[in-house]
Ligand binder design. Structure first.
Ligand code: ATP
Ligand code: FE
Length: 352
């Protein structure tokens, strides 16, 4: 299955071409990402209106580049996949509408994709990740533990009750004056920092279940930052390192609980932008080693938003017989909210 994938749900304009072979293996033929960080830098956060306009300006060229680099023709494609939500609806509309146009102009099948399913299946592009596995999805807008039993078969075991992990990294970067993108800035600032200088909370330590909470940590980081008058680079390194350690510890602690709910899985997959973080991966690696589980972590460029994971999710859905019917797909409206899995109700995205 040769798939073109478009991703425009936040501040990255991305397009990629991937090939899914009959045996389930993947070849990424191109992966173009145009990040908008500079467009939003002056505003201290992503401005939806600017994001949508930037997608309009850059998506065509990004797609063209991806198709040319892959050395394919539109007519060779088996499908065009696009993020249909969740995300900033203006941006999603740009990508989905462009995909509809490509589908109609070239007679290619359109497969709308849930952005979170893109993250959920991303590891299967580059790693050996058979089902079932436990997924720790840590991104800018989500922090969830999900049982992945197959394509379209997702059960949520836990979610954040307040902020997402990535959001907390971004807020910490802002407080420390490090700028955007927050996650990578905090990670590099933490190099050479002491992880034990600031005592940060250990959220939900005594709570059952697999939910997360980051708002207390965010407040504690703000208070610690304010307590520093005229912070030295060492102060900033220490606070960044202390926060990163506290976040990693919290993620590992809740993940351990979820592991106990599906002991047969033996495989933990991390995905989403925060999964690019080495300190977090190291902590999860230790946890997995102690439990004789395998940790499966895709390369950083497939953790943050990219078109390859959208193309891949489209191909996985088509291969599994779960792709939306063409008429329904062409009429689909973008969705700002679109949970991948609801707890308890057995309602699963696209499985029936
Ligand atoms: P969602 O996928 O929930 O809709 P999103 O698409 O905006 O949100 P991603 O692109 O998957 O999120 O991830 C972006 C987030 O990952 C940002 O919050 C960013 O700070 C964080 N991030 C990226 N790299 C790192 C890193 N090295 N360490 C920690 N966090 C990181
Ligand atoms: Fe994302």
């Amino acid at each position: 299955i040769l798939a073109l994938g478009l991703e425009t749900s936040c501040d990255d304009t991305a397009a990629a071409v991937v090939l899914r072979r009959g045996d389930g293996s993947c070849r990424i033929l191109s992966n173009e990402v145009w990040t908008q960080h500079d467009d939003h830098a002056a505003f201290g956060g992503v401005v939806p209106e600017i994001a949508a306009r930037s997608h309009v300006e850059r998506l065509d060229a990004t797609i063209e580049k991806a198709v040319v680099k892959a050395g394919v023709d539109y007519a060779d494609l088996d499908l065009v996949a696009a993020t249909a939500g969740p995300g900033l609806v203006g941006g999603v509309m740009v990508g989905l509408t462009t995909a509809k146009a490509i589908a109609l102009a070239h007679g290619v099948r359109l497969v709308p994709v849930n952005h979170l399913e893109g993250h959920a299946l991303s590891a299967r592009m580059t790693e050996d990740a058979p089902f079932p596995y436990l997924l720790l999805l840590i991104s800018g807008g989500h922090t969830q533990l999900i049982r992945v039993s197959g394509v379209g078969k997702y059960d949520r075991l836990g979610t954040t009750i307040d902020d997402a992990a990535g959001e907390c990294f971004d807020k910490t970067a802002k407080l420390l004056g490090l700028g955007a993108p927050g996650g990578p800035k905090v990670e590099s600032a933490a190099v050479g920092g002491r992880t034990d200088r600031f005592a940060l909370p250990r959220p939900l330590l005594k709570h059952a279940g697999c939910d997360f909470s980051f708002s207390g940590m965010k407040t504690a980081v703000r208070e610690a930052a304010q307590s520093l008058e005229d912070p030295t680079p060492q102060d900033i390194a220490d606070l960044a390192a202390s926060f990163q350690e506290a976040a990693a510890r919290h993620l590992a602690h809740r993940t351990e609980r979820a592991m106990d709910l599906m002991p047969e899985a033996k495989r933990l997959v991390v995905a989403g932008g925060v999964a690019a973080n080495c300190a977090i991966k190291k902590m999860l690696q230790q946890l997995c080693a102690a439990k004789s589980w395998a940790l499966i972590a895709p390369p950083p460029k497939y953790c943050t938003d990219n078109g390859a994971m959208i193309a891949w999710a489209g191909a996985e859905r088509l291969a599994a017989g779960l792709a939306m019917e063409p008429e329904e797909a062409l009429g689909l409206a973008p969705r700002a909210r679109w949970p991948l899995a609801d707890p308890g109700e057995g309602k699963r995205f696209g499985s029936g």
